[in-house]
Design a protein. Structure first.
Length: 359
């Protein structure tokens, strides 16, 4: 057996977690075990197994073309500091209780240093439509090489200052910028503080006005984009009071920062009106209004029926106009229109000539 990848030594803070990775190859495929030796001089190596240390140790291993194994330890304490050893062997007698293996276990070691987590004092100050967020780390702490401010996985600001104090300024009111902000101290290991801007729910309606057809299911939705999340939601209707699932026609589904009201078999008389969603958390409550309009099932046909009516009126007008037209309004043909007029004019001229001769 031989190692392809060996675990790497790491520094971690108390309450953090650590993960070590080991990969071995051989024929037949070798087995991998994890062993630990603490910093106490009298402590000897002891094998680790999945679920050890009050279920803080997790070991995942796969044996396919070669062997891979990962050990992770959560919620680290000072007692987790020490030497971690990845052992691999494919000797048939490797786990025999009395026989010694012909081929010894090969070993790869990594040190894990667990450092006491320094305390970080945080604050949020409101001043002239500005929010000043600050972090101040207590001593002793590792050497600091810079700072970062992060919100929703986006880097807001960073520097290379080495001080224990760092701050970040936000333009606006806290209701507009609530959430979790992280101040990160670049060090080994990295130290992360958390600054919370907490407000009462800033509830908004997904749509301020909703439409539904009679007999269908109406869906009204409200959400809370602020922090912390809503702990309880409720729905009311103007002139009706509190709406509950037990009523049969109303189905309310709420989860965290979103709530949804479904109204079964919409009725024009009963269900048209204003609905109010209310969200509450430990900092207060907020609400929003949704107006619901219920239309008749025939409402969708009115535009079509209007077009049909317009066409019928136009056809009727054209028909009546054609019936009332006079015959002399019909255009004359080219062959019979001009010749008779010319003949009449000639006859009239001849008659006048005869009258003058007689006189």
């Amino acid at each position: 057996a031989g190692f392809i990848k060996s675990p790497l030594s790491q520094k971690r803070l108390t309450q953090d977690s650590v993960e070590l990775y080991c990969e071995a190859i051989g024929n037949p495929i070798p087995e991998i075990q994890w062993w630990f030796e603490g910093n106490d001089p009298n402590e000897t190596y002891a094998q680790l197994w999945d679920g050890a240390r009050q279920d803080r140790v997790k070991i995942n291993a796969t044996y396919n073309l070669h062997s891979t194994s990962t050990i992770s330890i959560a919620n680290l304490t000072g007692d987790d500091s020490g030497m971690y050893e990845c052992r691999a062997s494919n000797d048939p007698d490797r786990n025999h209780l009395s026989k010694s293996p012909k081929v010894k276990w090969i070993r790869s070691q990594a040190n894990v240093f667990v450092i006491e987590r320094p305390e970080i004092h945080t604050s949020v100050i409101e001043s002239s439509d500005k929010l000043i967020l600050s972090c101040n780390i207590s001593a002793p702490h590792p050497i600091i090489t810079g700072h970062k401010w992060i919100h929703k996985e986006k880097i807001l600001e960073q520097d290379e200052n080495t001080g224990a104090f760092t701050s970040y300024t936000i333009d606006g009111k806290k209701e507009e910028h609530s959430g979790i902000y992280e101040c990160i101290y670049e060090a080994n290991p990295q130290i992360i503080g958390q600054v919370n801007i907490s407000v009462s729910p800033q509830v908004t309606a997904y749509k301020k006005s909703e439409h539904g057809n009679e007999g269908d299911t109406g869906v009204l939705t409200c959400k809370n984009p602020s922090f912390p999340a809503v702990t309880s939601w409720s729905w009311h209707k103007s002139g009706h009071g509190l709406l509950e699932n037990a009523s049969g026609r109303y189905i309310i589904k709420s989860s965290g920062n979103k709530t949804e009201l479904r109204i079964l078999k919409l009725d024009i008389e009963q269900d048209t009106g204003d609905y109010f969603c209310n969200g509450t958390n430990s900092y207060g409550s907020g609400d929003a209004t949704v107006n619901l309009r219920v239309r008749s099932r025939l409402a969708a046909l009115w535009p079509f029926l209007g077009i049909v009516a317009e066409v019928l009126v136009l056809v009727t007008i054209i028909f009546i106009y054609e019936k009332r037209r006079k015959p002399d309004e019909v255009p004359d043909d080219d062959d019979g229109g001009s010749a008779p007029l010319k003949s009449n004019a000639t006859n009239h001229k001849d008659k006048n000539v005869r009258q003058r001769n007689a006189n």
